[in-house]
Design a protein around this ligand. Sequence first.
Ligand code: G3I
Length: 377
Amino acid sequence: MQVLKKTLMITTVCCFALTACKKSVIEESNRLANAFADKFLIGTAMNSLQIFDLDTLGTDIIKKQFNAIVPENCMKSMYLQPEEGKFFFDEADKYVAFGEANNLWITGHCLVWHSQAPRWLFADENGNDVSRETLIERMRNHITTVVSRYKGRIKGWDVVNEAIMDDGSWRQSKFYQIIGEDFINLAFQFAHEADPDAELYYNDYSTAIEAKCQGIVNVVKSIQAKGLRIDAVGMQGHLNMDSPTVEEFEKSLLAFADLGVKVMVTELDLTVLPGFNNFTGADVSANFDFKAELDPYSDSLPDQVALEQQNRYVDFFKLFLKHHDKISRVTLWGVTDNDSWRNGWPVPGRTDYALLFDRNYQPKPVVAELIKLTKQY
Ligand code: G3I
């Protein structure tokens, strides 16, 4: 009888262990990071609630599904250095600590950007534009202070963000107007001096527009011609349902790869909301009045629209997988639909469904489709 009891107990324990193991294997196989492990890093932007551990359902998804993170906002210069010489690193420190604790690839975003820069950066005591020398010194100090702090911990930096317009011309930012074209080379130089091992990126939206792509190609060539380090071009990937085409995106992807740099898709999301007067891009300053007709899915997303979005996500991931040798990272610009900046841009107060996880923190069917897709490449 004793032998029988022991055998029964051992069998039960084994069954539990097997079930747990099988569950773990299924869970592991359902992780985006595992599915794409031999292709490219797959990551997400982290918002303040997640960084301060106030959205534990969101951070659970990050830990389970992704292997790379980018800070959505906390490392922008207006937050890190709101006043000259006064740095606030609390949130950025927590962001980096989260990445290290979870063995994630940690990217810094972004050192030089025309938007979200503190006013003092460009102004003298009378409110006039500072001299070229002063702005260069202020840019150097910001970059050096920030990059040095996370030396060896932040593995890559969006050094310059959105310096080129859709027609390929220079954005008339204060950086450009006061310093000139060379501000980009200087930014990359300062970042490299502060952490010689960090990867350095140029990042922009609407990169599938041919003229803009050429403008960015010229920027990269300028950086390379100076003998400065640039590792990759970030194609933000803020997609609409009808633009850009996969072919247009691929053409720019290949143009950047031909420069001998890696390509990253850095801020991927796919709005299902109607555009208007051909408005595209991701210029954060764009803002239009709310109209009910611009917010057709405020209650829920029709199955047909969800399927069309799923198919378009699959089409773009087929492109990414086709060129996985040129792509080092694909990052979603947020975890769940509720996190997405597209709920409020370019029209405030709308309900979008732009990401891979829904408002109940559940993976949309597209996640399983993407995992399945990786087995075909
Ligand atoms: O945290 C404050 C909150 O305290 C305040 O009550 C509220 C209302 O003013 O503002 C909150 O800050 C907002 C912040 O997002 C956090 O939600 C800022 O106003 C708002 O401007 C900021 O928007 C961010 C935007 O960049 C501008 O920095 C978006 O979340 C972020 O997704 C977006 O991301 C950019 C990339 O950095 C660069 N590429 C384009 C992309 C989309 O614009």
